[in-house]
Write a protein that binds this ligand. Sequence first.
Ligand SMILES: [Zn+2]
Length: 145
Amino acid sequence: MGLPYTEIRAVIDTLTKSIKKSKDLELSTAAINLQTIISQLMSENDNLKHENKRLKDQLADARQDHFDRSNLVKYKGIWVADEQTRKKIQLEDCEISDDLLTKMYCPKCLVDKDKLVSLNDFENSDGFYVECPVCRYDSLIIEYI
Ligand SMILES: [Zn+2]
């Protein structure tokens, strides 16, 4: 819920006009100072809102990362998001979908850089491989017979 900025501005404008009509110099100066302070508060409030959103996003990412790590399981030398994903991978017989690849992580980057890096795929005559886009680690996941 945001502050009603336009309403606040309208009230201040009305107030300022009345004060100017009264031709009271002290009141006019006070009104101008008040306008300046309110503008600064509004701008500060905007900055805080943006900062708050950024921190919330960051926290959500960190939670997601933690969630992913706590459920990780190994499959053919690589890390997989969870048991359910591993079962789906085991059922594939010639290739792995992009959806599943995003839940498969490089074991080397997890150890070396503490990062969950999703794997890419490539195929050759041996079979279907996954490859890390960062460190180029690869692993044969489905062997073609
Ligand atoms: Zn890697």
